[in-house]
Design a binder for this molecule. Structure first.
Ligand SMILES: [Zn+2]
Length: 312
């Protein structure tokens, strides 16, 4: 793990005093930098994974205790990209990005870049909300899933559309991830804001708050090395009182473990396990979400094979 030059990432959940409006600010430079280092991503790829991670955290900021969300964004533009991110109510997030040049795909569709769409191009955005397992192994409530098409190819706009369409929550969202092409695509800024109307919100108050967020046409210069999103938030709503409901540190966190990997290799075929055993007596398994490598030895492979062998 590399030492981050950025301050600890965090979210600030606020209420606009006297209005049924919640505002959330996220500062995520340290977090997105760490994800990029773990996956070896910079530049454009880091921007795409970073904005998805911040979006997942905004979704997670609305969760009840013991819930988590999985956000999947899949789009085709100059490349085919899939970002898969998990986040929970405690502000823990993990995720990865798969991208392929279109000509590397078998049966690649003949698509040239779609000029009026953003970097994600055409595709789908899916949110899955589930309950975490309780201590007794029980999960409360059924999972909820919603999918919307990518209308603009710009992630913040399409996630805003998801909230309107799938959850009927009026929202305005700004997310900004900036990398520096002159410094091999390393991270400069990462964060954003969310404004949402709660039940009973006065439409005029809501419109006023949304206009504030949407008036940030010069988002890039505001959210920069100099000013974090949390500072911008305070400036933006300087004439209204904000009461801070929660401030929490956000973490790049993966719950993979050696024991879980040992369980997971039971999904491999007997042939695959057997050839790993014969080739070098060990199996290397990489976790997609955090890129950590687990080495399983002969004993673990044999245990998995025994569980797969037909019972006599
Ligand atoms: Zn992991």
């Amino acid at each position: 793990m590399t030492e981050s030059k950025f301050p600890a990432s965090r979210w600030q959940k606020c209420l606009v005093v006297g209005a049924q409006i919640r505002v959330v600010g996220i500062e995520a430079r340290a977090l997105v930098h760490e994800m990029g280092e773990a996956h070896g991503l910079r530049g454009e790829a880091l921007s795409r994974l970073g904005e998805t991670a911040i979006g997942a955290l905004f979704l997670a900021s609305t969760l009840k205790q013991d819930q988590r969300i999985n956000l999947r964004v899949e789009g085709v533009q100059d490349m085919r990209r899939i970002a898969i991110v998990d986040a929970d109510h405690e502000g823990r997030v993990r995720g990865y990005l798969i991208q392929r040049k279109l000509d590397q795909l078998a049966n690649a569709p003949k698509i040239s870049p779609i000029h009026n769409l953003g970097p994600w191009g055409e595709g789908l955005l899916t949110v899955l909300r589930t309950a975490l397992m309780g201590a007794d192994g029980s999960a409360e409530g059924p999972p909820y899933s919603g999918t919307v098409p990518l209308l603009t190819g710009y992630f913040p706009k399409d996630l805003t559309f998801y909230w309107h369409q799938s959850e009927q929550v009026p929202s305005a969202l700004g997310i900004h991830v900036k990398t520096d092409p002159r410094n091999s695509g390393s991270l400069v800024a990462a964060g954003g804001f969310l404004v949402q109307g709660l039940p009973g919100a006065d439409p005029e108050d809501l419109k006023w708050a949304q206009d504030r967020i949407e008036s940030l046409s010069d988002f890039s210069s505001l959210v920069s090395e100099q000013q974090s999103p949390l500072e911008v938030l305070a400036t933006l709503f300087h004439d209204r009182e904000l009461s801070i409901l929660e401030e929490r540190e956000l973490k790049f966190f993966c719950h993979c473990s050696h024991a879980k990997v040992e369980q997971a290799i039971r999904f491999l075929s007997l042939e695959e396990l057997n050839s790993a055993l014969e080739e070098d007596g060990k199996l290397e398994v990489r976790c997609d979400f955090c890129n950590k490598v687990y080495l399983l030895g002969e004993e673990a492979i044999r245990t998995a094979m025994e569980s797969l062998s037909p019972k006599k």
